[in-house]
Design a protein around this ligand. Structure first.
Ligand code: ADP
Ligand code: MG
Length: 321
């Protein structure tokens, strides 16, 4: 590691005050030394954001710093985990102090909200790329999995769908509300933890509802029927897409929403809805798990709907998150 890289770590990423008492050694040793509580399972995930692939080269540094952590916290949320630690691998074309200040502040703003401590990382020179690994805890045996849904289970999503996709399509014409949804996704951490008591399976929506629900269903060889008029849409989204194909296509197929999609046995639905509404978490039932493989979309009036695409795919076959 060169002098300037050491300086970057010291200035922007190493914080003086101790944060979590389960961090025995954080940034500054050869590796982080961490205490995992007894009877707890460690949940670990990692996501890379590459400039020009996952975000435009021109994106604000703050948006990149937020999103790099948020997409990982979203994966922890989908497992029902309580976030704890993160590591950060940063590849930078140069060391621009304004960029680093904005990036690190946004990263830590989100980290602090969920009591996540940055405990290590790596800093190298090259084309802009950001990799975050996040770690969280679940009580032994209680994690939410993609696997576990059964025919008859109701399918739910948190929040609203299609906002980020519409912002991406609209470019500089996207309004503030939609642009925020693309740049500053909110990981559904509280929802994930509550759902440990109710959901039979869960996944976060990074590649689009059809693609990600498809993964969940495929884990058990199942299918589903969706009422696409029930897909939750924001006011800004509905105002901009009413009477267009996008009104259906984006909530079904656009990525980057980072909402949770989960299934609940019918007998537990009421209790689940009550528990989440007490915490002001919005969820919407959008369909039902069926034995027959494949996802069948229909409108409120019963008409079948054939979606044009089924989600964002890198290299044609792999998902992006
Ligand atoms: P080593 O050469 O032993 O691999 P480094 O010199 O790469 O260690 O890193 C020194 C310390 O700084 C380590 O604790 C490492 O985890 C931490 N670190 C390096 N880059 C970052 C970063 N971008 N964010 C947080 N911690 C970092
Ligand atoms: Mg290193």
């Amino acid at each position: 590691m060169s002098g300037s890289e050491f300086e970057i770590i010291r200035r922007y990423f190493k914080r003086q005050q101790p944060q979590r008492d389960d961090v025995i050694a954080g940034i500054g040793d050869d590796a982080a030394l961490l205490h995992v509580p007894a009877d707890t399972e460690l949940v670990v995930c990692m996501d890379t954001l590459v400039a020009g692939v996952h975000f435009p080269e021109s994106s604000a540094a703050a948006a990149i710093g937020h999103k790099a952590l948020a997409v990982n916290l979203s994966d922890l949320a989908a497992m029902g985990a309580v976030p704890a630690w993160a590591t950060l691998s940063l590849t930078l074309p140069d060391s621009d102090p304004v960029w680093l200040e904005d990036f690190s502040q946004a990263f830590f703003r989100l980290a602090d909200r969920y009591d996540v401590q940055l405990v290590g990382g790596d800093t190298t020179r090259g084309p802009l790329s950001v990799t975050v690994q996040a770690h969280g805890f679940v009580p032994g045996g209680s994690a939410l999995r993609r696997q576990g849904a059964e025919p008859g289970d109701r399918i739910y999503v948190t929040g609203t769908l299609g906002d980020a996709g519409l912002a991406l399509q609209s470019g500089e014409h996207a309004g503030h509300v939609l642009q925020q949804r693309l740049d500053y996704p909110e990981p559904r951490i509280a929802a994930g933890q509550l759902l440990r008591d109710y959901a039979s399976a869960a996944i976060d929506i990074s590649d689009g509802l059809l693609a990600d629900l498809g993964h969940l269903l495929a884990a058990d060889g199942l299918g589903a029927s969706l009422n696409i008029d029930k897909l939750p849409r924001s006011l800004a989204f509905t105002a901009a897409t009413r009477h267009q194909a996008l009104f259906y296509e984006l909530p079904l197929s656009a990525g980057d929403d980072y909402e949770l999609c989960f299934t609940v046995p019918e007998r537990g639905c009421r209790e689940m809805e009550l528990a989440l509404s007490k915490q002001s978490i919005d969820v919407t039932v959008i369909g039902v798990v069926e034995r027959q493989a494949g996802i069948r979309c229909h409108k409120e009036n019963g008409d079948l709907y054939q979606a044009a695409t089924d989600g964002y795919q890198h290299f044609g076959v792999m998902g992006n998150g």
